[in-house]
Write a protein that binds this ligand. Structure first.
Ligand code: FNR
Length: 388
C-alpha cells in the first residue's frame, strides 16, 4: 500500500491524522481542540448534515468557475485561509508557508496578530491578497504600530475579532500543560516534556527555526516582541468593544471586517460601526461552548444584513461540499481554519497545498454534480435546509 503523506492525502481527515502523527500532543491538541465539552466544535461540522442537495441533473458544466469577489478583489477560490495564531509552532515559518500557498492558489491569507513571523515577511511571501486580523494585545499604542505596519506592508483589510474578551476554556491545553511548557521554568515544564521527546523531528525543525516563537507583530515598547508566555494574560486585556471602532476607523482607512458575529443585532452594530464585511463565526468552537453552529445562524444574519455588506462564514468546514452549502445559503465566501492548519502541521507547504487542492477539487466536483456552472450562480434552490 502506498504510504500516505501530506501530498497524497485523500481528504482533510487524512491530513488531520498525519498532523497528529507529526506534532507533539500539546501542539496537535491546540489546533484540534475546542472549549469545554467541545459541543460547538462538533456541531459546527455536524450542522452541514442538516443541509441536503437538490441537483439539477443532465446539465453539462464542462467548466466550473470558482471565482468570487470579496471586498472588491477577485479570488480564484470561494474560500480564504482564516487567521490561525501560532502557526509557526506547527511548522517552521508557518505563516510565510501558508500565505505563499494561499497566493499560489489565488486566494486570500488572513494573518493573526498572534503569529510567529513578521507581517512584512508574510505579505512578501504571497502573490495574493492578505488581510490582517487584529487583537489589541499590548494596548492601543502597540496595536496602532501593528496596524501602521500592516498598512505599509500592503494588507488590504483589517479583521477585528470580537469574540475573545478572554481565551476560551480549552481543557486539552490545561491537561497537556501548555501554560507550564511556555513558562520557561524548568521544574514546571519537566512533567510535560515527554510529548516533545517522542517527536524529535518536530523538535529539530523548531530549533532550526529559532526555537519557541515570540510575537514579532506585537512589539512592546522598550522590550521587543511579546514573549509566548504572556499571551494568556495579554488576551484578557485585549477585549474589543463597539466603542473601540471610532478609534479603529481613525487609524485604519481601509475596509474593516468584523469576525465573530452570531446574532442579527451584532450584524447591525457591525454595519453601524463601519464594517464592510462580517464573518459569522464562533471561533471554531474555541471560545464559548454552547454557541450555535454558525451555518444555523447564517440565514438570520443574512436577513438582517439584507445585502448592505458582505457576509462570510466559518466553522466546521472539512469538505468542499460544506463550502458549497454555505454559499448556496447566501454566504459570499467562507474561511477555513483547521482544514489548512492540519495540512501545515502534517507537512508544511505540501500539506497546505494539498488541503487547498482537496477543497478546490471537492467544490468543482460538487458543482458539477449539482449541474451548477459557477460559484456565482449558486443559490438556495440547490439545497434544502432543515436545521435541528
Ligand atoms: C483560530 N482562530 C483564530 N481566530 C482569530 O480571529 N484569531 C486567531 O488568532 C485565531 N487563532 C486560531 C488558532 C487555531 C489553532 C484555530 C483552529 C483557530 C479561529 C479561526 O480564525 C476560525 O474562526 C476557525 O478556525 C474556523 O473554524 P474551523 O475551520 O477551524 O472549523
Amino acid at each position: 500500500m502506498r504510504t500516505v503523506n501530506a501530498s497524497n492525502a485523500v481528504n482533510i481527515a487524512d491530513l488531520r491524522r498525519l498532523a497528529r502523527a507529526r506534532l507533539p500532543r500539546a501542539v496537535f491538541d491546540y489546533i484540534d481542540g475546542g472549549a469545554d465539552d467541545e459541543w460547538t466544535l462538533r456541531e459546527n461540522s455536524r450542522v452541514f448534515d442538516d443541509v441536503t442537495f437538490r441537483p439539477r441533473n443532465a446539465i453539462a458544466t464542462p467548466h466550473c468557475d470558482l471565482k468570487t469577489t470579496v471586498l472588491g478583489t477577485t479570488l480564484e477560490l470561494p474560500f480564504l485561509l482564516a487567521p490561525v495564531g501560532s502557526t509557526r509552532l506547527f511548522y517552521p515559518q508557518g505563516e510565510v508557508v501558508s500565505a505563499r500557498q494561499a497566493g499560489e492558489a489565488g486566494t486570500c491569507y488572513i494573518l493573526s496578530t498572534l503569529s510567529g513571523c513578521r507581517l512584512e515577511d508574510v505579505k512578501a511571501a504571497t502573490r495574493g491578497p492578505a488581510w490582517y486580523q487584529l487583537y489589541i494585545v499590548g494596548g492601543r499604542q502597540v496595536a496602532e504600530a501593528g496596524i501602521a505596519r500592516a498598512r505599509d506592508a500592503g494588507f488590504s483589510a483589517l479583521v477585528i475579532t470580537i469574540d475573545t474578551p478572554v481565551a476560551g476554556n480549552r481543557e486539552r491545553d490545561t491537561r497537556n500543560g501548555t501554560k507550564e511548557i511556555v513558562s520557561r521554568k524548568p521544574l514546571r515544564m519537566l512533567p510535560h516534556l515527554w510529548q516533545f521527546v517522542v517527536r524529535p523531528r518536530w523538535v529539530l525543525g523548531l530549533l532550526a527555526d529559532g526555537g519557541v516563537m515570540t510575537f514579532p507583530n506585537v512589539m512592546i515598547p522598550g522590550e521587543g516582541p511579546m514573549p509566548y508566555a504572556e499571551v494568556g494574560t495579554q488576551l484578557q486585556e485585549a477585549m474589543v468593544s463597539w466603542t473601540d471602532f471610532d478609534w479603529i476607523r481613525r487609524v485604519w482607512s481601509g475596509p474593516i471586517v468584523v469576525k465573530g458575529v452570531l446574532r442579527a443585532e451584532d450584524a447591525r452594530r457591525a454595519i453601524d460601526a463601519g464594517a464592510s464585511a462580517i464573518v459569522v463565526s464562533n471561533h471554531g468552537g474555541r471560545q464559548l461552548d454552547g454557541d450555535p453552529p454558525t451555518l444555523r445562524v447564517l440565514p438570520e444574519i443574512l436577513e438582517a444584513v439584507d445585502g448592505r455588506i458582505e457576509v462570510l462564514v466559518d466553522g466546521g468546514i472539512r469538505r468542499g461540499a460544506d463550502i458549497v452549502k454555505a454559499i448556496a445559503l447566501g454566504a459570499r465566501a467562507v474561511l477555513v481554519g483547521r482544514a489548512y492548519a492540519y495540512g501545515l502541521g502534517a507537512g508544511g507547504a505540501a500539506g497546505v497545498g494539498r488541503a487547498i487542492e482537496i477543497l478546490r477539487a471537492d467544490v468543482i466536483r460538487t458543482l458539477t454534480l449539482l449541474g451548477c456552472a459557477s460559484i456565482s450562480s449558486l443559490d438556495a434552490s440547490y439545497v434544502d435546509a432543515a436545521f435541528r
